[in-house]
Design a protein around this ligand. Sequence first.
Ligand SMILES: O=P(O)(O)OC[C@H]1O[C@H](OP(=O)(O)OP(=O)(O)O)[C@H](O)[C@@H]1O
Ligand SMILES: Nc1ncnc2[nH]cnc12
Length: 197
Amino acid sequence: MTDDISLVALRGLGPQRATEIRSLIRDVPGYPHEPIVFRDITPLLADGPALADVVEAFARLCEGDDGHGVDVVAGMEARGFLLGAPLAMRLGVGFVPLRKAGKLPPPVDRVSYDLEYGSAALELRSGTIRAGARVLVVDDVLATGGTAAAAVELVERCGGHVVAAAFLMELDGLGGRARLAGTAVETLLRVGGRPTS
Ligand SMILES: O=P(O)(O)OC[C@H]1O[C@H](OP(=O)(O)OP(=O)(O)O)[C@H](O)[C@@H]1O
Ligand SMILES: Nc1ncnc2[nH]cnc12
């Protein structure tokens, strides 16, 4: 399956730059185990101009008449922190960490979920999100959608309104977008899901 970077939000950078940014995501077949193809964003994070371009592409989704008005950005531990915090700073809003279970002191709200290679739970310090706040949920990867669905449930349980869930990349064929039915989903690029053979 070829990657589709022409139809999604990285196109705002131009096709050549979008292709360069895609090339900074390393595909690692068999990690953490077969048949996963792990999409490693560390080369992209290590490239300052590429990281800035990605943050700018996310910001474009939030600004202007067609953009999602955002009061606060929420990111899932750990990779959602790496993209969500610089985006929040760029937008001039706060950042809310949705942490893996057991990392935050009480009181917390918690939602458990399954992911492509295991299970986990996200926690949010109770009272962090103002009632009715417009929240953008941000992460690097949308795969099965389990993590993002848990994040949306957690934010909304805590009184926030999720205006959209935004991802650097969507893995095709894993059902993530369908799992988030009812939530606006934004992805900067789309890449092939698990190989079929
Ligand atoms: O759509 P899903 O199937 O839920 O998968 C996507 C999630 O999996 C990865 O995180 P992971 O749980 O591996 O944690 P990490 O960011 O701490 O590496 C990724 O950063 C997403 O949060
Ligand atoms: N294939 C994958 N690569 C990187 N992160 C992921 N999270 C869930 N599936 C993933």
